[in-house]
Design a protein around this ligand. Structure first.
Ligand code: KG4
Ligand code: ZN
Length: 344
């Protein structure tokens, strides 16, 4: 089955064409970073308007790249949530209209399900079951995955998501939006021995996270020092080390508690080099296979949406006309693909 994927949940407009036999045929992402940079964060109304401008051209571009015509698309998958409601509605409306015009089924995709299935697009995809670490701008979750739509939440952030913590800390350090990659770059010049920040919620049992307190440590450290360029780099390094260590401790615990031998990393913060290296080292130490998508498929893209939608379409699902978008939508409320028993 050949599926067009559409992603517009936040500040990336993306389209992709995925074929269940041949794999990913084409994908393209337009980032709105320049549009929002002056405001220091995503402005929802500007995001929606830009999706309106960009989406049809990017769909056309992807179909052209794959040499596909309208008769070649057999289903349309779109991110229906969670995300910004206006942005989601643009993608949903375009996806539903294309599907209706082409007389093919359409399917609503959960953005985090798409993220956690992204490693399936790589040459050696993980087999089920596995533990997934989802680390994005909006979510930090550890999930036990038994199949498409068969999820059990093991733990999640009680406050800021990991990406959100990166972005807010970057702002405190005077770095522009988006802060995560900029903070990671600054941390490269930092001395890891100068400051040590706490590893939140690691001293007690459980798999939940809390990252908001780290901001306070960053703020206090900034106030207690002169905040010069080297100090800011040292703080960035201490912050990154604290997040990475915390995530590694919780992943180790999740793998020990569930007994699974595979770990999947997905979401924008999964593009962080130090985090990837630390989790690969953990995998080697405890003989667990670690899977992550290439960095461009960690951050928001439509290839993962086309893949996730394809799994559900192939299982016979399609989304009724009344369903458009859902800004809040919990991952563990999803039904298994095709409606089979979850067995969890
Ligand atoms: O998954 P994603 O593209 O969008 C959401 O679904 O939220 O994740 C975006 C988040 C942002 O907070 C961004 O700062 C963070 O991922 N991010 C990074 C890196 N690249 C992206 N954080 C740390 N290091 C990176 N290299
Ligand atoms: Zn995302």
């Amino acid at each position: 089955m050949r599926v067009l994927g559409i992603e517009t949940s936040c500040d990336e407009t993306a389209a992709a064409l995925y074929d269940s036999e041949r794999g990913l045929l084409a994908h393209a992402v337009h980032s709105q970073v320049d549009l929002h940079a002056a405001f220091g964060g995503v402005v929802p109304e500007l995001a929606s308007r830009d999706h309106v401008r960009r989406l049809i051209p990017i769909v056309r571009h992807v179909l052209g790249q794959a040499g596909a015509g309208r008769g070649d698309v057999e289903g349309v998958a779109y991110t229906a949530g969670p995300g910004l409601i206006g942005a989601l509605l643009v993608g949903a409306a375009v996806a539903r209209s294309l599907a209706w015009t082409w007389s093919v089924p359409s399917v609503a995709v959960h953005h985090m399900e798409a993220h956690l299935l992204a490693p399936m697009l790589e040459p050696s995809p993980p087999a089920f079951p596995f533990v997934a670490l989802l680390v994005s701008g909006g979510h930090t979750q550890l999930v036990e995955v038994h199949g498409v739509g068969r999820y059990r939440m093991l733990g999640e952030s009680l406050d800021d998501a990991a990406g959100e913590a990166f972005d807010k800390t970057a702002k405190l350090l005077g770095l522009g939006y988006p802060g995560g990659p900029a903070l990671a770059r600054l941390a490269e010049q930092g001395d890891p021995r100068r400051f040590t920040f706490p590893r939140p919620m690691t001293g007690r049992p459980g798999l939940d996270f809390s990252f908001s307190g780290l901001k306070t440590h960053v703020l206090h450290t900034l106030r207690a020092t002169d905040g010069d360029a080297q100090t800011r780099a040292d703080i960035a390094r201490a912050f990154e080390d604290a997040v990475v260590d915390t995530v590694v401790i919780k992943c180790r615990r999740a793998l020990a508690e569930t007994g699974h031998r595979r770990l999947v990393i997905a979401g924008g913060v999964g593009a962080n080099r130090r985090l990837r290296e630390a989790l690969v080292a953990l995998g080697e130490e405890i003989a667990v296979a670690v899977h992550y998508p290439r960095p461009e498929l960690c951050t928001d893209n439509a290839a993962m949406v086309a893949y996730a939608g394809c799994q559900r379409l192939v299982a016979g699902e399609h989304t009724p006309l009344a369903f458009l978008a859902r800004p809040r939508w919990s991952l563990d409320s999803l039904p298994p693909a095709g409606g089979g028993a979850t067995g969890l």
